[in-house]
Design a protein around this ligand. Structure first.
Ligand code: GLN
Ligand code: ZN
Length: 744
């Protein structure tokens, strides 16, 4: 019999219950809120298991839930929270959140993008002599007990030791974190024995490191670890995802584990299965967990059939989702407002579990009874507004090179040395959010909404002038989200009502869905940017989200290449950028914070992606005059991977996140010959940056970047800060710049 399961279920809840419970607890603490949080946790776990059971999964997945982040929860489980945060006298829950969010005991742990997704994980900190101890199995044991008590057949899920080490960083004199592996493996052995004692049949040990180009040293470590683990454990399902593990499939096949889970939806090579071991289970990640389109059951069943034959799997074939369903919303059935041309094609977590079950039925009984038709969104060609075909053939580059543009912009803008600016957004106050809710409900008229936004912009512009900023922004107060706003304003997107996915902790995003050809329909930011620019004589920087980021942070179509979709978006943005430029907005920032995130996991494919991203950016800004200064902003990046692209892109100035990583990105900027603004304070930390710290960061930057190229700005937008924090941080930033300038 074929076995069905999913790798994981969304943890935020269909009505974002986790978010609200977390925020209540953070705001007021207390035993009662802690109990409420615990109850919400139990309810969400139970609901997820019930959904899996009802859909017909043979196992329910236990262990994928987390109160903030599953990497942090694994560290807690293994008793290896960062040493610097261990001396806290507070309770377990409070110290868990102190590690995630910082507090009186010290700074939060670093946060990074999880593989090529828009989810963020907490970066483990390993120190020398670190010990691991899973105790009595902590929350995992509790959840297994809870699921079993509810009568579920349990497959436990844990992040594997190799990936857990890989994701972390060394501290306090530790030179090589692989040194810690033997101790960590012992702790896993202990944890596995606790699960064995509970009668857990299968353990999904996740090693997404296998989807990367795994260095030999780490592949060797994987072998050593699983040699030990498999001797002691119930059946291990070694699980990789986000890409078929082409580079190391042979290595995985040689591991002494009972089963392998691989992604069938990305870079899959059927032929690789020819040498699949005769004694292992193959869990086929056939239902795509990274997009929201329903699965073509017939085509997928055919591939699974061929896989079954090729590897002579018979009952050793399992059917599953490509990855955890944490990257898709909970239930497409609640999207009543989505048009009927699209709605039947949507598939969120609940529907995807259903698709896994349907595939199992097809593989068991053939095609009988499979009447549902599943199709991709149709291609509806719509010529891009305002362009002749010859325009679309233009090389996606601005007419003049950087040096010539820089000369023109210097005289057009007349900026001081070390110009200060911000990355775009100002506080999204509760009042602003409330206004948007009222507008959506129809409780206030559009005119009064717009009046309130204008008043907010006036305040933001005035404050920046008072704070001494050299280049102002309008504050992005008209947009609730930097991608959804553009999705709402262009043709081709579908906006969902409840389609939330977790970004980190309690933060969620509601990615728009690209369902048709994208085109420009009306100016999107022009009104607000030009309104703001008329309020002041200081230069105003317009704000547009870039094509790569819009596509990465949306659910894109499946029937078009990434390149086609991002070029369509870029063409629509090009009109916006052109309009902004010709209306007198002399500086325009085209944000690309998702540039690094979209990077393919395997190196061989990266060059092509980056060339497309630079082309799409070029298309977006190639319509403007060379006198208009184009900025871009990049954050959450390992900058080294995108540095060349940053300089290939047609931007004149790039702002990057730097303070949060201790200014380490500076080292890469030697030889970067354009304007650059390495952030001088971390916008995510509740601790206020001091003037001295900022001055020394600016001085450090001046050691690498020539003064005529250096900009001074925060790491990222200020929308999550309070006005009190913003006022204090920006006035210290101003003083820090003046201080450095005096010494120039
Ligand atoms: N301009 C955006 C902002 O300031 C950039 C956000 C981001 O980089 N994620 O909010
Ligand atoms: Zn940013």
């Amino acid at each position: 019999m074929i076995t069905s399961h999913i790798l994981g279920y969304p943890r935020i809840g269909r009505a974002r219950e986790l978010k609200f419970a977390l925020e209540r607890y953070w705001a007021s603490g207390g035993d009662q809120n802690a109990r409420l949080l615990h109850d919400v946790r139990c309810e969400l776990c139970m609901e997820g298991w019930d959904v899996q059971r009802a859909a017909g999964m043979d196992y329910v997945t236990v262990g994928d839930f987390s109160l903030y982040d599953h990497v942090l929860s694994t560290l807690e489980l293994m008793g290896c929270m960062p040493v610097r945060l261990r001396q806290l006298s507070c309770d377990k829950l409070a110290s868990y959140f102190a590690a995630a969010r910082g507090g009186s005991a010290g700074a939060a742990m670093d946060m990074k993008k999880w593989f090529n997704t828009n989810y963020h994980y907490m970066v483990p900190e390993y120190s020398s002599g670190m010990e691991f101890d899973p105790g009595d199995g902590r929350w995992l044991a509790e959840e297994i007990d809870m699921a079993q008590a509810a009568g579920h057949r349990v497959k436990a899920s844990i992040l594997g030791p190799i990936t857990l080490l890989w994701l972390g960083k060394e501290r306090d004199g530790l030179l090589n974190r692989l040194e810690l592996l033997p101790g960590l493996v012992d702790a896993y052995v202990h944890l596995l024995s606790l699960m064995l004692a509970r009668g857990v049949e299968w353990i999904q040990v996740e090693e997404p490191i296998a989807s990367l180009d795994m260095p030999d040293l780490w592949a060797g470590a994987m072998h050593a670890a699983y040699d030990v683990l498999s001797r002691r454990s119930p059946r291990l399902l070694l699980t990789s995802y986000y890409s078929f593990p082409s580079g190391c499939f042979d290595i995985l096949c040689q591991l002494p584990v009972s089963g392998l889970h691989v992604d069938f939806t990305r870079n899959f090579r059927l032929g690789a299965l020819r040498c699949f071991p005769r004694d292992m289970v193959l869990s086929a990640g056939a239902v795509d967990g990274r997009h929201v389109w329903s699965c073509d059951l017939s085509a997928t069943a055919r591939i699974l059939d061929r896989a079954r034959d090729m590897a002579r799997l018979d009952d050793r074939l399992w059917v599953s989702t490509s990855c955890s369903l944490m990257h898709v919303p909970v239930d497409a059935a609640t999207e009543a407002a989505v048009s009927m041309s699209v709605r039947p094609m949507l598939s969120f977590a609940i529907q995807k579990a259903g698709e896994v079950a349907a595939l199992k039925i097809r593989l068991t009984h053939g095609n009988a009874g499979s009447a549902i038709s599943h199709a991709s969104p149709s291609r509806s060609f719509k010529p891009a507004v305002g362009f002749g075909t010859e325009d679309l053939q233009l090389t996606p580059r601005r007419k003049l090179g950087y040096a010539d543009r820089a000369r023109l912009q210097r005289s057009a803008l007349g900026l001081p040395v070390l110009p200060t600016t911000t990355v775009g957004s100002f506080p999204q106050t509760p009042r602003l959010r409330q206004l948007r809710v009222l507008l959506r409900r129809g409780s206030i008229r559009l005119q009064s909404y717009m009046g309130a936004i204008r008043a907010e912009i006036e305040h933001i512009v005035r404050r920046q002038a008072e704070l001494g900023m050299d280049v102002l922004v309008h504050g992005e107060v008209e947009r609730g989200d930097m991608v959804e706003y553009f999705g709402e304003s262009m043709d081709g997107f579908v906006i969902t009502r409840h389609g939330w996915v977790q970004s980190y902790g309690s933060r969620c995003a509601k990615p728009p869905i690209i369902a048709h050809d994208v085109s420009f329909v009306r100016p999107m930011t022009l009104y607000w940017a030009s309104y703001a620019s008329k309020l002041t004589n200081l230069p105003m920087k317009g704000m547009v989200t870039g094509p790569t980021t819009i596509v990465c942070w949306s659910f894109a179509r499946r029937d078009q290449s990434y390149q086609e979709v991002s070029l369509q978006v870029a063409r629509a943005l090009r009109l916006e950028v052109e309009l902004l430029g010709s209306s007198g907005v002399g500086i325009i920032q085209i944000d690309e914070p998702a540039l690094r995130e979209g990077l393919p996991l395997q190196r061989a494919m990266r060059r092509r992606y980056l060339a497309w991203a630079a082309d799409a950016f070029g298309v977006a800004c190639s319509g403007t005059s060379p006198c208009v200064q184009i900025h871009t902003h990049i954050c959450y990046s390992e900058l080294g991977d995108v540095l060349q692209t940053m300089s290939d892109m047609d931007a004149d100035v790039v702002s990057i996140e730097a303070a949060r990583s201790n200014m380490s990105p500076l080292a890469l900027l030697r030889g970067f010959h354009k304007g650059v603004g390495p952030g001088v304070f971390d916008v995510h930390s509740p601790q206020l940056p001091s003037q001295e710290a900022m001055a020394s960061r600016i001085t450090a930057a001046l050691g690498i970047v020539p003064p005529e190229n250096l900009w001074v700005n925060p790491d990222c937008g200020l929308k999550t800060r309070t006005w009190e924090q913003v006022n204090a941080a920006l006035s210290s930033m101003r003083l820090a710049v003046d201080d450095v300038k005096e010494r120039l």
